[in-house]
Ligand binder design. Structure first.
Ligand SMILES: [Zn+2]
Length: 322
C-alpha cells in the first residue's frame, strides 16, 4: 500500500542524490523480502496482541506495552542471524593492523569481541556507516565497505569506537527501558480513544468491543496516529544514545580530528546544520555540525598549555551556537 511513497523515498530520491547503487529489479526484490519479513512479524504481533486483550481486558494497554518491548527484543535478537543476511553478506573483516586497533578498543573497554564483521553495504548505497545488531549471544558490530573504502584508518577506528560504545554503555537494554513509558502512553491514549469512538459509533460499525477482530482497522488507525505524534519522543531517546556513543568514541580513541572528519562525510545524507528544534526533536543522530562541535570542544579542553594559541578576532564566527 505504501509502495509509491517507499519508492519515492528509498529509490527515486536516493538515486537523484547519487546515494543509491541498486538497479530497480534488485531494489524491488529487497522491498518484497522486507515486506514478507515484516508481514510475518506483524501478523505474529497482532495475534499475540489480541490474546493479551482477551486475557487482560481493561488493563490490556499495560500488557500490550510489555508485549511490544518483548517483540522488539525478539526482533533484535534474531536480526543478525535470520534477517540481516537476507539483504547483505556479512563476513569477518580482513586481518590487519586496523582490525587489531578496533579489537583493542573493545578489549580496553571490557567488551568481549574476537571478531569484527564487514558488510557489503555498497550493494545498496554509497553511504558511509556502521551498525550494531543482536542481543546477548547474537550481538555483533559491523562496519560497511563504503566506510572502509572511503575513509582513512583513523576515521574507521572512530566510527567503530562509536559502535563499541553502544554495547559498552548497554544501550539496547536501556533503550527498551526508556521506550516503555512512551509505549505505555501510546497504548493508554489508544485505549481511551478507541473506547470513546466505540461508545459513539460502535453500533454503526458493527464493532462489539476492544477484543473484537472487527475493530482491528480502527485500532490500527488510532495506533498509527498516536504513534506518529509520539515520534519526537522516540527520536529523543535514540538521539541521547547516539550522543553518548559519540562522546564515548572521542574519549576511547582520543582522536577528535578523526571524529570531526568522518562526521563531515555523513553530511552527504544528513542536514549539516539543522535548527535547534529540528536537531532536538526530529534528528535521531546528532547533525554533522553538532558532532564536529563536540569533537572540537573535547579537543579544546585537552590542549596542553603550550598548544593554546590566541585566535585572531577575524576568525571567530559570532553566530556559532552551542
Ligand atoms: Zn550509533
Amino acid at each position: 500500500m505504501l509502495f509509491p511513497l517507499t519508492w519515492f523515498r528509498d529509490f527515486y530520491t536516493e538515486h537523484k542524490f547519487g546515494l543509491a547503487t541498486q538497479s530497480f529489479p534488485s531494489w524491488f526484490t529487497d522491498f518484497i523480502i522486507e515486506g514478507l519479513v515484516s508481514t510475518v512479524l506483524f501478523a505474529l504481533f497482532v495475534g499475540f496482541l489480541y490474546l493479551v486483550i482477551r486475557r487482560t481486558r481493561d488493563n490490556w494497554w499495560v500488557w500490550a506495552s510489555g508485549l511490544s518491548i518483548g517483540f522488539m527484543l525478539f526482533a533484535l535478537f534474531i536480526s543478525p542471524v535470520f534477517i540481516d543476511p537476507l539483504f547483505n553478506e556479512y563476513r569477518p573483516m580482513d586481518e590487519g593492523p586496523l582490525k587489531e586497533r578496533i579489537l583493542s578498543i573493545a578489549r580496553a573497554n571490557g567488551m568481549h569481541a574476537d571478531d569484527v564483521k564487514q558488510v557489503d553495504a555498497s550493494r545498496q548505497t554509497n553511504r558511509v556507516s556502521a551498525n550494531v545488531s543482536g542481543l546477548f549471544g547474537t550481538a555483533r558490530i559491523a562496519l560497511n565497505d563504503n566506510l572502509l573504502n572511503r575513509a582513512d584508518a583513523d576515521s574507521v577506528e572512530a566510527v567503530m569506537a562509536h559502535e563499541i560504545g553502544h554495547y559498552v554503555l548497554n544501550h539496547p537494554i536501556k533503550m527498551m527501558l526508556a521506550l516503555l513509558p512512551i509505549l505505555l502512553a501510546i497504548f493508554f491514549f489508544t485505549n481511551l480513544i478507541f473506547r470513546a469512538l466505540l461508545g459513539r459509533k460502535g453500533g454503526d460499525w458493527g464493532v462489539r468491543g476492544i477484543d473484537d477482530y472487527a475493530g482491528f482497522p480502527l485500532l490500527a488507525a488510532i495506533l498509527t496516529v498516536v504513534g506518529l505524534l509520539a515520534t519526537p519522543f522516540f527520536q529523543r531517546v535514540v538521539y541521547m544514545q547516539e550522543y553518548e556513543a559519540d562522546l564515548f568514541a572521542i574519549n576511547a580513541t582520543q582522536n577528535p580530528d578523526a571524529w570531526a572528519t568522518v562526521a563531515l562525510l555523513t553530511a552527504e545524507y544528513r542536514k549539516l546544520e539543522p535548527s535547534d528544534f529540528e536537531e532536538n526533536w526530529f534528528n535521531h543522530h546528532p547533525s554533522p555540525y553538532k558532532r564536529i562541535y563536540m569533537a572540537m570542544r573535547w579537543k579544546a579542553e585537552h590542549l596542553r598549555p603550550d598548544e593554546v594559541k590566541e585566535i585572531p578576532p577575524a576568525v571567530v564566527v559570532p553566530s556559532l551556537r552551542d
